[in-house]
Design a protein around this ligand. Structure first.
Ligand SMILES: Nc1ncnc2c1ncn2[C@@H]1O[C@H](COP(=O)(O)OP(=O)(O)O)[C@@H](O)[C@H]1O
Ligand SMILES: O=c1ccn([C@@H]2O[C@H](COP(=O)(O)O)[C@@H](O)[C@H]2O)c(=O)[nH]1
Length: 486
């Protein structure tokens, strides 16, 4: 195993960089974790075990949004003539010119900047790109794997660690033959001809020299468990540093930020009346029965959804002809309204949402906190596609640290939704979460059932993580909505 000091143990560098950011611009900056994915490049000969090692890393890292990006998807589209040669095993797929490296650089750059990126899938039996698209958004870790992964300087510059899998060429041939015949629709004679004429000479000429770009060399491929474990431990350590920095940034957001609840025109808190206090009393009580909770939470969500709809100003005048030729000067919505639920607690509002706008388009986001770091992770996003402007009502029942809500809003913004078109509806919101939200997104509108201060909620929690003292009853009831248990 060979290691250089470049890729491994760069922990101190990233920490000091963070300190500089905080010093120059105290706590205002927020960088969503997926805009800085950790990129691992894995190069080596065909059949050396690159894909198998990548799969092992994915399994062991067990990180949401780890993406395997195959260089194989970037073979250039073939002409009819070239395709005939390829089908006869007479086409050279192993020289750098066979690959669309420009496109690969463009796509990796897009992913590195946290953009939603579409990759066309390649068919080995057709020797061509298919119509099938693979969409990647919000990757935490990207593994770029392929024979040319360590070839282009622009790709190397984007990688956090570069790995070369150094397996003996004869072993590679044996493994490649079995795989290509079994899974890639090839026959023995053609596969051997291709190997002798193109694969082997190019491996020596173009691929082996890329070993010098590697931070880590893994001899014997998948069999080298020591080297693979070392790599996995290193990546885990780097990811832990990254998520610690992210949490520190998030935590800093709420501090030293003077925020006046009374004068914020974008914050709408449900007026405290005997009626609304009566509903809070039922919802917040530990003793409330499940059926009562569901009934009164539904009442509460009706009130909050009505409030949210009242904040919309995008109306145009219309003349309504009534009976006896009376004309009513009415109003009509000019923008479509879309509901986005943060699974699962946001779903508690869905009933009321559909009662107000029956055919409302619905999007879903699944954001969960990592139990050990407290860092929120985006697991699923499905948003209705819209070319035109729309208003987005984002629904989440409770917010303590605000990290999940910040991430949810950032996802909408990444989908080209403007801050001023987002209305966040939340039943319970802690003051710290509110300060963080407005610090990062001052233009959003927030509709709240009840603002909770530190007397009601222990704000020393781990961002979105819950302690026993943090509103566990609401979680219990949200669970009961789904699973029918108390
Ligand atoms: N250490 C190993 N022992 C046995 N078979 C292996 C080993 N590593 C990989 N293989 C098999 O060899 C073939 C090629 O491995 P793969 O990971 O696809 O290589 P690459 O992506 O570098 O072309 C696959 O069928 C894989 O299952
Ligand atoms: O249409 C194609 C495209 C590529 N190849 C061969 O694939 C390997 C690279 O893939 P690995 O997964 O790294 O083995 C390359 O050596 C090409 O010869 C192909 O046969 N047909």
């Amino acid at each position: 195993m060979k290691m250089s000091s470049r890729g491994l143990d760069s922990t101190t560098d990233s920490t000091s960089q963070f300190a500089t950011i905080e010093k120059t611009e105290p706590s205002k900056r927020y960088t969503p974790p997926w805009t800085k994915p950790y990129i691992i490049g894995i190069g080596g000969f065909s059949g050396s075990g690159k894909t198998s090692i990548s799969q092992k890393i994915i399994l062991e890292l067990n990180q949401p949004w780890t993406v395997l990006l195959l260089c194989d998807n970037f073979y250039k589209a073939l002409t009819e003539e070239e395709r005939k040669l390829a089908l006869a095993s007479q086409y050279d797929f192993d020289c750098p010119a066979a690959m669309d490296l420009e496109l690969l650089v463009e796509k990796l750059d897009s992913l590195k900047r946290g953009k939603k990126t579409e990759i066309q899938i390649y068919s080995f039996s057709e020797h061509n790109r298919t119509e099938k698209l693979f969409t990647i958004y919000g990757a935490n870790v990207i593994i770029l794997e392929g024979i040319m992964a360590l070839y282009d300087q622009r790709l190397l510059d984007m990688m956090d660690i570069k790995v070369f899998v150094d397996t003996d060429l004869d072993v590679c041939l044996a493994r490649r033959l079995t795989r290509d015949i079994l899974y890639r629709g090839r026959d023995l004679v053609g596969a051997l001809q291709q190997w002798e004429r193109f694969v082997k000479p190019n491996a020596v000429k173009h691929i082996y020299p890329t070993i010098r770009n590697a931070d880590l060399v893994i001899p014997r491929g998948l069999d080298n468990t020591t080297a693979i474990d070392l790599l996995i431990q290193h990546v885990k350590k780097q990811l832990a540093v990254k998520s610690k920095l992210h949490i520190q940034r998030l935590e800093a957001l709420g501090h030293n930020f003077q925020f006046n609840v009374q004068s914020c025109k974008n914050l709408h808190i449900l007026p405290s009346t005997p009626h609304t206090r009566g509903i809070h009393s039922i919802i917040l009580s530990k003793k409330t029965e499940r059926t009562d909770f569901i009934f009164y939470f539904d009442r509460m969500s009706n009130l909050l959804i009505e409030m949210a709809l009242d904040t919309l100003t995008n109306y145009t005048s219309v003349d309504i002809r009534c009976i006896k030729d009376y004309t009513y000067k009415g109003l009509k919505q000019t923008l479509e309204v879309i509901a986005v639920s943060v699974i699962r607690s946001g779903d508690c509002f869905m009933n009321s949402m559909k009662k107000s706008i029956p055919d409302i388009p619905i999007g879903k986001l699944l954001i969960q906190s990592d139990a050990s770091t407290g860092e929120p992770h985006l697991h699923t996003e499905s948003l209705p596609k819209r070319e035109h402007l729309a208003k987005y009502i984002l629904l989440d029942a409770q917010m303590i640290g605000g990290a999940g809500a910040i991430m949810a809003i950032q996802v909408l913004i990444d989908h080209k939704v403007k801050q001023e078109d987002i209305i966040l509806v939340c039943y319970l919101l802690s003051e710290i979460a509110m300060r963080r939200l407005f610090r990062v997104f001052p233009e959003i509108t927030v509709v709240v059932g009840k603002l909770s201060n530190s007397e009601e909620v222990d704000t020393t929690y781990n961002m979105e993580g819950f302690k026993d003292s943090d509103w566990p009853f609401l979680n219990r009831f949200i669970d009961s909505l789904y699973f029918g248990t108390d």
